[in-house]
Design a protein around this ligand. Structure first.
Ligand code: E4P
Length: 216
């Protein structure tokens, strides 16, 4: 499973990169707005920090507008992935972006039928939003299971990018469901490696070692 960080914050990206297991970045208009920075230069800096795919989202809602933004975003760096909303205009733009050789991540996917359409249209990634289902007391992870089965049935190459992950269990469940990528906030990324028994165990090993004067 690939790990992407879902942020536009440079400090978080630098910190996560240190661990050596960061494969890419996803951003969205809300995350970019939080940084109070000019969009193009921020995406450019992120692309320099992380050599993997960096999703940058359009804000137009019509196909021609999306394509105009996509062409500009693609000029920023070769690792930019154009993020388009999973609506009819977005699918039209997806087909044309792919024909132009641009990589595309279809965002705001909430049902398997949407994922089927965008795979047929050649999307590189589809982003089902898990946490937003949980927010309305619906089992979001089922969508990933359904998409996995459909993609495997037909050999679609579109990668399933589990998004809107709110805690480590979401990441584990997405991995069990066969998602290709998990994108997560820095706070979730940090928690993946943490377990109190690991800390307690290490503390005890080191205390025993010290008490016995071992290693001298
Ligand atoms: C994915 O690409 C989105 O940016 C993101 O995961 C949305 O997460 P949220 O529902 O926590 O805002």
């Amino acid at each position: 499973m690939k790990f992407f960080l879902d942020t536009a914050n440079l400090d978080q990206i630098k910190a996560a990169r240190e661990l050596g297991v960061l494969d890419g970045i996803t951003t969205n208009p809300s995350l970019v707005a939080q940084e109070g920075r000019e969009f193009t230069s921020l995406i450019s800096e992120i692309c320099k920090l992380v050599p993997g795919p960096v999703s940058a989202e359009v804000t137009a809602t019509d196909c021609e507008g999306m394509l105009r933004e996509a062409r500009e975003l693609a000029k920023i760096a070769p690792n930019v992935v154009i993020k388009l909303p999973t609506i009819a205009e977005g699918v039209k733009a997806l087909v044309r972006c792919r024909a132009a050789g641009l990589n595309v991540n279809m965002t705001l996917c909430f049902q398997a039928s949407q994922a089927l359409i965008v795979a047929k249209a050649g999307a590189n990634y589809v982003s089902p939003f898990i946490g937003r289902f949980d927010d309305i007391s619906m089992p979001g992870m089922e969508v990933i299971h359904d998409i996995r089965q459909i993609y495997d049935n037909y050999g679609f190459k579109t990668e399933i990018l589990a998004a809107s992950l709110r805690h480590p269990l979401h990441v584990v469940e997405a991995a069990k469901a066969g998602a290709d990528v998990a994108t997560m906030p820095y706070a979730v990324f940090e928690k993946l490696l943490k377990h109190p028994l690991t800390d307690i165990g290490l503390e005890r090993f080191l205390a025993d070692w010290k008490k016995a004067g071992a290693g001298r």
